[in-house]
Design a protein around this ligand. Structure first.
Ligand code: RIB
Ligand code: CA
Length: 327
């Protein structure tokens, strides 16, 4: 069991990532922390609870994180994720108060006690806060896998920037700088690989027939997202970024990439751009492992063989999901 904290902004694809993490026996999820990104941190926490309830894992604590970016005005992505952050599925709220302890306090307390990994699926505001205050705690981070950034792929919220790093560019810049200074590399699961992970209507139809309950939940929260993708990118389907970060944390062979020094632009027209020094102009030690390759079909088999259940509650084997090779 690998101890992790998932820092996220659920968010439709964050919710799918949580479903995968909760279906993965290798992971000991110490807690979920939310941050303002797709939706405000408190709405993200309520949405994380909706996923936990669906998955029968209300035992996992959810801590509410930073409400606004370090410096930039907060701009959400509700146009993409809906007014409820869950594709306007308006799933029933899960009653119960959240811990008074903040996400940053939970991160600090956990890292003081033990070494863990962090899977970051939203803006890195919480992480920049804790590591700016306590940079030595970076030594307690076994792996930081961040869905964010882009190398050669164009941006998704500006010509050059990916949303998580655009929403709070100062936080991303601080994390890449501090991890580099600590001699560590952030695993950058950027748009170069996540754009290859497209949930199509055919795949959705197939998985709903295999597992109406979990397939139906996925359908409820992705319909709005599919409409958004058609309207703005003329894609039939939706790019599900975040689950790839979880899958890659579990099985590194799912993606390929290279080590590089990366800096994040914090203002101006390139705000949020990850400047990947792939040709080593600056002669700086690598602070990132930049992913550029993935196998879409292998990911889909990995994801659905864990998230989908048979009528008897057992999992589907990746090899049984035969139609995924042609959908
Ligand atoms: O740019 C995509 C990322 O921004 C995903 O994590 C999505 O959930 C949003 O947070
Ligand atoms: Ca996210």
């Amino acid at each position: 069991m690998r101890k992790i904290i998932i820092d996220c902004d659920p968010g439709i694809d964050d919710s799918l990532a949580l479903m995968l993490a909760l279906s993965s026996p290798e992971l000991d999820i110490m807690g979920i922390t939310t941050v303002s990104g797709n939706v405000p941190a408190d709405m993200g926490a309520r949405n994380a609870r909706k996923v936990l309830k669906h998955m029968g894992r209300m035992d996992i604590p959810v801590y509410i994180g930073e409400q606004v970016p370090l410096k930039c005005p907060y701009i959400d992505a509700m146009d993409t994720h809906g007014q409820d952050g869950m594709g306007e599925s308006f799933l029933p709220e899960v009653p119960g108060d959240f811990p008074k302890k903040s996400a940053v306090e939970f991160l600090e307390e956990t890292l003081e006690k033990e070494k863990i990994s962090i899977i970051a699926l939203g803006p890195m505001t919480n992480l920049a806060k804790i590591f700016s205050m306590r940079p030595k705690l970076i030594e307690q981070v076994e792996e930081l896998v961040s869905m964010g950034g882009n190398f050669r792929s164009h941006g998704n919220c500006s010509p050059v920037a990916e949303y998580n790093y655009w929403c709070d560019p100062d936080a991303a810049a601080i994390c890449y700088d501090l991890f580099g200074k600590a001699g560590k590399k952030i695993e950058m699961v950027g748009l170069d690989v996540t754009r290859k992970i497209v949930l199509t209507p055919n795949i959705l139809e197939y998985v709903c027939r295999l597992d109406p309950e979990n397939g139906g939940f996925i359908r409820r929260i992705t319909g709005f997202y599919m409409d958004f993708h058609w309207e703005y990118e003329k894609i039939i389907g939706c790019v599900i970024n975040d689950p790839l970060a979880v899958a890659y944390y579990i099985d590194r062979s799912l993606c390929g990439g290279f080590d590089s020094y990366t800096a994040v632009a914090t203002d101006g027209i390139c705000r949020g751009q990850t400047v990947v020094d792939s040709m080593d102009f600056w002669k700086k030690e690598p602070n990132s492992h930049v992913l550029t390759e993935t196998d879409t079909e292998r990911f889909m088999r990995f994801f659905f063989s864990r998230v989908l259940k048979k009528k008897d509650g057992s999992e589907w084997e990746a090899e049984e999901l035969t139609l995924l090779s042609c959908l």
